[in-house]
Design a binder for this molecule. Structure first.
Ligand SMILES: Nc1nc2c(ncn2[C@@H]2O[C@H](COP(=O)(O)OP(=O)(O)OP(=O)(O)O)[C@@H](O)[C@H]2O)c(=O)[nH]1
Ligand SMILES: [Mg+2]
Ligand SMILES: [Zn+2]
Length: 310
């Protein structure tokens, strides 16, 4: 039998067949996967083949080919990597300017990762109801400008007031969408607002640290009312950049890549070279300074790692 993995807890997989029957599956022995070293061989969004043991349990025998997947390394240096989800059409990076504060470097690390896997991304600014002061509005405007300039859609929403939840609903139709972001930004609350599933657990961010409490512990896929699937994931602190060469990094900043074709040197790193068209675009305001700085920071990280390895 074939089914879709809705949830994976490491040993157990909640699998749904085409007719909607749920099976509690596990893996027997070792499942070999070509070339991926990860702590979890099967992820949410995978299609698997399994042998039923009874009407509600089964043993997974193999995984269907993946259209794509997205892997997270906990840090740049960590060897362990984890498949967050497979077969994704669209990723949403959920951010908040405070309560809790999302750092743009975190956003850019996520976007670079999604670009590396060729997964389109939208930036979702949640808790819009909290950001009405002139100071907060100025930050929202700045963030919108940064990411729109880079080619991403930016959508402000609020699960509290329902602001733009209908706009988000529209984008989810017919797709498998993934929500990612720091703990406490409201990923599960968004899924609650979209699916009207009131059993989902959310919790307030801590009063003393203004950070989320890591309420969601496993990724899980839910059906959306108008035909689509949405994946909730546990909040993450950081995204390590994947094993990419420093030259690759510029490809995953779409706007940097776009301007780089007119640099004088074919191997321009866009950091110090004369007649660098990327530096010119930054000066002309066509590439956001914060994106460019993060690009340089990621390149530095990589170079430091290379030196360490030698
Ligand atoms: N004011 C306001 N609060 C919100 C909004 N959306 C979510 N929250 C609150 O933010 C807190 C965290 O929400 P969760 O949905 O648990 O956050 P999460 O991203 O799933 O967190 P983890 O599961 O830990 O990764 C809860 O107290 C929510 O009620 C919003 O639009 N406005
Ligand atoms: Mg959650
Ligand atoms: Zn250049």
């Amino acid at each position: 039998m074939k089914g879709l993995v809705l949830k994976s807890t490491g040993n157990n997989y909640k699998v749904k067949t085409d007719d909607g029957t749920l099976f509690d599956c596990h893996i027997k022995g070792k499942l070999r996967l070509n070339g991926i070293r990860s702590t979890n061989p099967i992820a949410v969004g995978d299609y698997v083949f399994f042998e039923p043991e009874n009407e509600s349990a089964g043993i997974i025998t193999s995984i269907a080919d993946r259209k794509n997947y997205i892997i997270r390394k906990a840090s740049n240096l960590s060897k362990e990597s984890q498949i967050i989800a497979a077969n994704i059409d669209m990723a949403y990076i959920v951010v908040t300017i405070h309560s809790p504060q999302t750092l743009l470097q975190f956003v850019d690390r996520f976007l670079v990762t999604a670009e590396a896997y060729d997964i389109p991304c939208t930036v979702l600014i949640n808790k819009y109801d909290l950001f009405q002061s002139p100071e907060d509005q100025a930050v929202i405007k700045e963030w919108q400008e940064i990411y729109i300039l880079a080619g991403y859609e930016v959508l402000c929403i609020s699960t509290k007031t329902g602001y733009n939840i209908d706009e988000l609903q529209k984008r989810l139709v017919g797709k498998v969408s993934l929500l990612s972001g720091n703990s406490g930004v409201g990923k599960t609350s968004i899924i609650k607002a979209i699916t009207n599933n009131n059993e989902l657990k959310t919790s307030e961010i801590s009063k003393s640290f203004h950070k989320g409490q890591h309420t969601t512990t496993f990724a899980e896929m839910y059906e959306t009312p108008h035909g689509g699937n949405i994946i909730d994931t546990p909040g993450v602190k950081a995204f390590g950049l994947l094993n990419m060469e420093s030259e690759e990094i510029s490809q995953y900043f779409p706007e940097i890549f776009k301007y780089s074709s007119d640099c004088q040197y074919y191997n321009c790193t866009h950091s110090h070279e004369p007649k660098c068209n990327v530096i010119k675009a930054v000066e002309d305001g066509k590439i956001a300074v914060s994106r460019y700085k993060n690009y340089l920071a990621f390149m530095d990280d990589k170079n430091a790692k290379h030196r360490e390895a030698q």
